[in-house]
Design a protein around this ligand. Structure first.
Ligand SMILES: Cc1ncc(COP(=O)(O)O)c(C=O)c1O
Length: 357
């Protein structure tokens, strides 16, 4: 085999992170199992039940229906599919905030459904007035984001749920990244807080499971039943997932990570991530950069393209928002030492690039 996987010591914008040691170990043990055929691979199917039950605890849902998907993209596509299949419209639409992850564009394309993109307020959350205006009798679903990819913002989920239900549409919450942070905040974001119908929460992001481990949950079993197809040559009779053969490694590692970390380990990580975000915000502001006030721990700052490129040349894996702000996501591998080294490079490189940096 050639090469080594790259390490994480300069990765600042990714939403992936090394799996927790118990998750890594569980992933290796279950590499050859297929939860897509639960009647044959029963032990991993049992682990999936455990994982879904723990996700239910995290998102305020007793008796959850759900499964461990390949990631947030699959979970979001499936949620849009549920909304579309349940709709009686011949020309259904789904209303999403401008901050929605690009997986909803894929969903719209694959499912041939119209995507209506509602603008944001100055605080980067969805404009409720626009959502109301965009909804009509063909609206099959509304999406709210709980932890947006660019700014870590949380949409007003209870209000969105009310709008959705007035139109007999489903409310889907995308908490793919935020779901393991939000239990330790005051936000109203989950099934226990509002009339949420479906929700994405990814163990392979802040949950510290191995890739691939996304999560899709629904309040009602029937939403999954509506997706199920017959599976004649498997031991099990029906399948509601999008992929067929699935990764037992993802399922087992999700179960192991949550068993180990929920709730205390995740709470500790939340506190560390928030403290690191505060540290970076203060340090960047002291240096005169414009920084967007964070909510969940993602720091975005107005850094010149010259400085940004110079930092990338130094090996820092950073990305920008759609408005060209540099974006740092406080994942578990992002430590105070990494951030200090990053700031040292900013101080060293700044005088070498454009004066207005
Ligand atoms: C809010 C949100 N939803 C969905 C996704 C897609 O997840 P995945 O890359 O696991 O498919 C992401 C990825 O960053 C995300 O931030």
């Amino acid at each position: 085999m050639r090469g080594q996987p790259q390490d994480f010591d300069r990765v600042l914008s990714s939403m992936c992170t090394p799996p927790h040691p118990v998750a890594r170990e569980a992933a290796e043990r279950y590499l050859a199992t297929n939860p897509g055929d639960p009647a044959t691979y029963q032990t991993v199917a049992d682990l999936e039940d455990d994982a879904v039950a723990m996700l239910g605890d995290i998102v305020g849902l007793d008796d959850p229906a759900g499964y461990i998907a390949s990631g947030g993209t699959e979970a979001n596509i499936q949620a849009v599919r549920m909304a579309r299949n349940r709709s009686v419209s011949s020309d259904p639409n789904v209303v999403v905030p401008e901050s929605a992850h690009f997986s909803f564009q894929k969903a719209a394309d694959v499912l041939a459904i119209e995507l209506r993109i509602a603008p944001l307020t100055d605080n980067y959350t969805v404009d409720l007035g626009a959502v109301k205006r965009f909804c009509d009798e063909d609206t099959a679903g509304i999406v709210g984001v709980a932890g947006s990819t660019e700014y870590g913002r949380v949409d007003p989920i209870p209000e969105l749920a009310n709008i959705a239900h007035r139109h007999d549409a489903l409310l889907h919450v995308d908490a793919a990244w935020g779901g393991f942070l939000l239990p330790f905040t005051d936000h109203d974001w989950h099934f226990g807080h509002a009339g949420v119908d479906t929700l994405t929460i990814d163990p392979h992001k802040m949950g510290q499971a191995a890739i691939p481990a996304g999560g899709l949950l629904a309040r009602e079993d029937e939403l999954f039943d509506a997706l199920a197809v017959d599976t004649p040559y498997l031991e099990s009779a029906k399948q509601a997932t999008l992929t067929g053969t699935r990764s037992g490694a993802g399922v087992a590692s999700a179960a192991a990570a949550m068993q180990e970390l929920w709730p205390d380990g995740y709470r500790e990580q939340y506190e560390t991530s928030v403290a690191n975000a505060d540290f970076l915000v203060d340090a960047l502001r002291e240096r005169g950069f414009d920084v967007v006030e964070p909510d969940l721990p993602i720091v975005t700052a107005d850094v010149s393209s010259e400085l940004f490129e110079a930092l990338r040349e130094e090996g820092w894996r950073v990305s920008t928002t759609g408005s060209d702000e540099m974006r740092v996501v406080m994942m578990p591998h992002v430590t105070r030492e990494m951030l200090s080294a990053f700031l040292t490079d900013i101080d060293r490189l700044r005088p070498t690039v454009n004066i207005n940096t």
